[in-house]
Structure formats: structure tokens, C-alpha cells
Design a protein around this ligand. Sequence first.
Ligand code: GLY
Length: 575
Amino acid sequence: MKKIGFPLSRFTFSFLFSLLLFIQTNAQINPFQYTIEKRAVGTNGAVSTAHPIASQVGIEILKKGGNAFDASIATQLALAVVYPGAGNLGGGGFLVAHTEKGKSIAIDYREMAPGKASRNMYLDKDGNPQMNLSQHGHLASGVPGTIAGLFASLPYAKLPFKELIQPAIDLAAKGFSITAAEASSLNGNKAAFEKYNTKPTAFVKHENWKAGDTLVQTELAATLTRIREEGMKGFYEGETARLLVEEMQRGGGMISLDDLKNYKAVVRNAVVFDYKGYTVIGMPMPSSGGLLMEQMMKMIEDKEIGKMGFHSKEAVQLMTEVERRAYADRSEFMGDQDFVKVPIKTLSSAAYLKERMKDFVPGQATPSESVSPGKVNPESEETTHLSVADQYGNVVSVTTTLNGGYGSKTVVGGAGFLMNNEMDDFSVKPGVANMYGAVGKEANAIQAGKRMLSSMTPTVVLKNKQPYLVVGTPGGTTIPTSVFQTLVNILEFGQSPLDAVNNPKFHHQWLPDQLMVEKEFPTAVKEDLEKMGYKVVNRGQIGRTEVIQLNWKGKKLINIEAIADKRGDDHASAY
Ligand code: GLY
């Protein structure tokens, strides 16, 4: 009898193993035919993300016996394939969770300034900021944190990592059908991909992309396979690290092999505060999200906003003034607290927040300080959020990002993943606006190894100590105000999560001193606010919020409702 040699049998085994995983994990997923659902209700688990395939991947992992942490890991990896504008391996993020054992968790896997980064690296010899360098191409990237973040959350998961990453590998290797929105977004970025890449990428083809085309990412599949086989080292060391550093060297970037090897996700103490009996759990520095949320919620807590009514001129004015004050504090005081002292105790104290609202005059705009207003760049705010809940009582809220749409637009040659342009979230020069129009100062100045200030606001709300809401959104600096409005809509105005997510939103960030509103925002309220002295400006959509609401009767979970924002291809799944 002919003996099969070792290399062949190992190959055959590995192939059969992969095939088995593919059949198991993808039993319910057809990446070439899928529909978009905006609301789903179940009793066992729910996932809401920016893409139908990613939400389905999460649900299938729950059905296989995984918990919310398993589903969030598999979903983030799937998003890196099917939602390349923001899902990522080359970016970073934050995870806020509450476990079935009652523990609150915050994991920081924000990108980090490379070892060679320095305070004035984006200034020319005359001290003028070169925002093109902080926003596009190789020099715009911080050291990526996403893979470290996934492994930091793995101890809370139940299934082997190999099973969690397999759907992403299959989607990258075999491809999936893109939506009309994705086709248009890839076409819109074609010139940038051509400009900022040193090697051909899967995102550029000769003809225009159209809905239903298949996107195959062979190099990305190989990178994911290295991560499956070698764990974190499959990204931060070896072949992937070599390809990433070579890409940096070809394009004038700074990230080194040491930067990658030394990157660590950090488990931090979550921001936890009480709002009228609800417990709100959020992300601490280097995200401003949790603290901004605490400041804004606490500044309205004694104002009986529920009685003012949804979108009443009184309620919108109050929330606008609260947003203005919180964002002014963000600009002055907030940054990576491993490097700078952030006066968190003061900024969140009742006495300070009371004082902060002393000059609030109902019916009258408080002008922002006369600092040159930041210019708001129309660059898309392509972060992405996913909310997950399981039947055991675990809830996971993750916001992850490349910063702008497709990040720096640079794909790592041979490795197939996009790099972030997160360095622009630092304050490149005091008082100079970043791409979101946000200005910062010393607290958020660039320093080697420091993490840039974020606005990402993954949030969990408990009611009677049980998980009640899982919320978050993309949107740059509009993130905290979107989450704030979503919570106020549900907790104060009694709205369903569907209405709370889809109703028109508004945003004030201190500078520029203008109230930005979505097109559908009621005209009569806009006019009332203009009479009070506000400069009201129409802008594009604000956020793509994913909410999960868990409904309990005593200690029994009645159902789990998942909502996906109407503003994109976002998809809610439950079972
Ligand atoms: N890059 C967007 C944020 O972190 O706020």
C-alpha cells in the first residue's frame, strides 16, 4: 500500500480541518446573498453592527455556544474584512463590557504614537501644521492595537480563537458581495488608494465597483491565517510585522519592529456613574467618551428634561449648552493619563459641574470663547461600533476605528490590511483643529508611546444591576453627543430604542461655535434656536448608532431587542 508522506497528510488534515470549520461556522451565512434588517428580537442573544455579514457571524458564534465576548471577537474580525472603511486590523478601539458575574470591564487597545514620534513632527520649519501628513499616508499611522485588544478580551470568551477567526479568513479568501454603499465608497476612494499605496491593493480595479461585485482579499486572508496559527505574534512579530515595517519604510512612515513587539492592550477601570438609579458604564482615558458622558448626563440630571419634551427648544438648548461646556473641558484637560494628569475627580464632581452650569441662561446661547473656530473637514467619520448581548447576562460594547474612512488609505503591501490615520487625533499644534474640527492643547500633544485622545464612547447601562442597554456609534467628535442623545431619548423621553437611534440628531463641540443638525431636524426648532443666538448649520448624518435593549421581569430575561441605525448598511440580528 502506498504511504502518504507527512507533508501531504499534514496539508490534507489542515485542509479538512479548515473545511469543517467553514461548514460549521458558515452554516447560516451566505456572503453572496444577504438582506439588511434594522430591528431584531430574540431571547438567546443579539448582535448589531455596521454590516449584515458581520452581524450574522456574531450570531452564528453565539449559536455555537459562544458568549458575547466570543461573538464580539469574531464580529470585529469579520468587520475587518467586509467593512474595510472602518473595521480593521490596522487600527484600534475600546471595549466596555459587563459580565454575567457582575464585573465591569474596560479594555483600551487604542493606537500608540511610534517610538520615533515627537511633538512637532507635523510642523514645517516655520511651525505651520502639515495636516496632509497627519491625515493621509504612511506618517499618519499610530501603532495598531486591534489584535492585542482581541486577545485581551479572549480570557472572557469560551470558544477556541481558531473558531472565532475562521469566518473572517473564509470571507477574505472566498470573497463576499459588496453593497451599493460599499461600491460607491470604494469608487470614491480610488484616487486616494492609488496615491497612498506602494503596491497594488484589492480595493482598486480597473472598472468601477458596483453592487453585487465580489471583493476577494487574498493577502488579508494570509495575514488572518498567520494570526490564527501564531496568535498575537502572527501580527506583531514575524512575517506580518516585517511586511508592515517594510511598507512604512517604502512610504516614509515611522512604525518599527520594536513598536509592534512592545504594543500592549491595557485593562483599565471603567468610568461608572449613577444617573437617576441607572448605572452607566463607559470608557476612561485615553477616550474622552466616558468622562464626557458623565459630565453631560450629570449637568442635566437636576433639570427635569423629561418634562421639557423631545426636540422641544428648551431641551435641545439645554443639551447644546451641556455639550459645549463638556467639549471645552475636553479641549483643555483631556489626554492619555499615562502621560498627563487629567483632573478627572474635579471634572466629574457635583460641585464643579454645578459651577459649570452657573452661567447657563435658558433661552439664550452662551457664546464659546473667542478662539479661532476650527474648520470642519468633510472627511468621513468612519469609526464603527458593535453591540452584543448573550442569554447568560454578558454584554459587550465595542467601538473600533481607523479614524477617517479607510484610515491613512495605505494598505500594507503583501499583508492586505489598511493602516489607521489616528495620529491626527493628537493635537498637532495647540489650537489647530484636527479633521473633526476639534482643538486640543498640551494634554493631547504628541509624545512617543502616548495614546491619542479619542471620542469613542462604547457604553453599557444597567437597570437594577442588570444589563439594560448596550450603546455606541461612530462619528468622530459627534460620538459622545450621539450616545448622550440616544440615552436621553430612552431614559428621559421614553422612546423605543428604534426611535432613539433614528430620530434626527444635533451636535455642539464648543469650537467651532455652531450647532450642527441633521437635515431632518425640525425647521421650527432650528428657527427658535437661531432666535436664542445659535448659529445653526445643516450637516450630513450624525452617527450610526447600534443599540441593544435587554428587557427583564425580575431576574428573568424576557427578550433582547437589537437595533441597527437606519443611516447605513447596519444590521441587527437576534435569535
Ligand atoms: N478616531 C476617532 C476617535 O477616536 O475619536
